[in-house]
Design a protein around this ligand. Structure first.
Ligand SMILES: [Zn+2]
Length: 299
């Protein structure tokens, strides 16, 4: 079973695919995809993770951004500003932020649904305006953060705790190592512009498909529009792994799992591996829940 750093690691960071294939640009191990592969030809689905991941050590605190040269090749800039490494909470930079979102401290662990359960495979209900600003919605988000951390994920959608509502939470790094934390209600992805936003193939997994990973193309940049729990409009943008997270989680709210984007053979392989790995994953989550919440384990 692929596991990351020990529970309590400081930051969840993308698991990289094994270093093979072409190494391009600033993302060794990733393969840029010039045009959409067949798996993404189905229209109508906003391109989205309750991805696992973890954990690589913190990256350097200041990185030199990469800019496009006239030749179109990426190169390191000598004049661009260093990346602002501050944690983004609901899209806004914070000078300090705890290792786990405060919501998790208030939440309780819920059971994570597994592929095959109906709520994962249909478009979920829109969050009614009457629900904004209520304790009920706040408690749900608290529980989702708590559950996500226990399962060592970087994102979690409502239907993954069995709730038929379109929302997700996340605590996910981008490819610069900047941590993004927040929640989005009724997320809608901006349509990808193939001219400006390439697809990138990386490993992806899902807490509701416990255990395996598979390579999947996703847009390198993504913007999600929605609302916060009080009904204020939100626009969250991300690159790299965080962009993948935004796409994966928005997919969930429409009833789409990442394995639904795989060809038949890798999908079959993932489901077979899940059956072999799931009990080990569940045991690990139970141990995490016990360690995190003390006597209050999963319901
Ligand atoms: Zn997922």
């Amino acid at each position: 079973m692929p596991v990351g750093a020990q529970w309590g690691g400081a930051l969840f960071v993308a698991r990289r695919p094994k270093a093979e294939g072409v190494h391009e640009g600033r993302h060794p191990g990733r393969r840029a995809v010039p045009s959409p592969p067949p798996v993404l030809t189905e229209p109508g689905w906003p391109a989205t993770l309750c991805y696992f991941a973890k954990v690589a050590p913190h990256r350097a605190q200041v990185r030199v951004p990469v800019v496009k040269s006239e030749s179109g090749m990426s190169e390191q800039s000598t004049s661009a500003k260093p990346t602002d490494m501050r944690v983004r909470v609901q899209g806004e930079p914070r000078d300090s932020y705890p290792e786990r979102a405060p919501e998790a401290e208030r939440g309780r662990v819920r059971r994570i649904t597994v592929v095959g359960e109906d709520v994962l495979h249909r478009r979920n209900a829109e969050v009614a305006s009457e629900l904004f600003g209520t304790d009920e919605l706040s408690r749900l988000i608290d529980d989702m953060f708590c559950t996500m951390y226990v399962a060592e994920g970087v994102g979690l959608a409502g239907n993954q705790v069995g709730v038929d509502l379109r929302l997700f939470v996340y605590d996910c790094p981008d490819d610069d190592g900047v941590r993004h934390v927040g929640h989005v209600i009724t997320p809608v992805l901006d349509e990808r512009d193939p001219e400006t936003t390439p697809l990138v193939v990386e490993n992806e997994g899902c807490l509701s498909v416990p255990g395996p990973h598979a390579e999947l193309p996703r847009a390198e940049h993504a913007t999600v529009r929605g609302f916060d729990k009080d009904g204020a409009p939100l626009v969250i943008s991300g690159t790299g792994y965080f962009a993948r997270c935004l796409q994966h989680e928005t997919d969930h709210t429409y009833g789409r799992l990442y394995i639904d984007r795989l060809a038949a053979r890798p999908r079959k392989r993932v489901l077979k591996q899940m059956n072999e790995m799931r009990e080990e994953v569940f045991a690990r989550r139970a141990a995490n829940a016990a360690a995190l919440t003390g006597e209050a384990g999963a319901e």
